[in-house]
Design a protein around this ligand. Structure first.
Ligand code: UDP
Ligand code: MG
Length: 139
């Protein structure tokens, strides 16, 4: 099934200058980019995006991290792209991420883990709508 998902290249990845490396892996895996922009999130935007994690012990650290520098948000499209992009990302905890995944190679902490990817079809729709208007998606 052709799906869409939201990807974020997080501030640690932008600082490591691996925007190109991440996009190269998407293209190598036949994942199409149909929306893309660079943002510096406000605290309100970061808290809203990660509202599902509000109250968890890492929430404040996560928000501080996400507003610590600029990010790249992308809408990805492709066959089974939600799960396939999560596979390319690797496990949330980089110490458990499979070798060769983005997080295994580039994450430097539990919070500083390089990328975000939506985890299900409903969250993908919500997250895409959080950052993109329909007319910003180019198909
Ligand atoms: N995170 C963290 N500490 C944790 C778990 C998660 O700082 O113990 C951060 C990390 O940046 C992660 C984000 O919170 O990517 C969202 O967590 P989630 O469980 O949704 O992981 P993901 O879907 O990004 O793999
Ligand atoms: Mg998640």
């Amino acid at each position: 099934m052709i799906q869409q998902t939201l990807s974020i290249i997080k501030p640690d990845a932008v600082k490591q200058r691996i925007i190109g490396e991440i996009i190269k892996r998407l293209e190598n895996n036949k994942i199409e980019i149909i929306g893309m922009k660079m943002l510096k999130l406000t605290r309100e935007q970061a808290e809203g995006f990660y509202a599902v994690h509000k109250g968890k012990p890492f929430f404040e650290t996560l928000v501080e991290f996400m507003i610590s520098g600029k990010i790249v948000v992308m809408v990805l499209q492709g066959e089974d792209v939600i799960a396939r992009y999560r596979t390319i990302m690797g496990a949330t905890d980089y110490r458990k991420a499979a070798p060769g995944t983005l997080r295994a190679e580039f994450a430097t902490g539990l919070t500083e883990n390089v990328v975000h990817g939506s985890d299900a079809t409903e969250t993908a729709v919500q997250e895409i709508n959080y950052f993109f208007k329909p007319e910003e998606l180019v198909k």
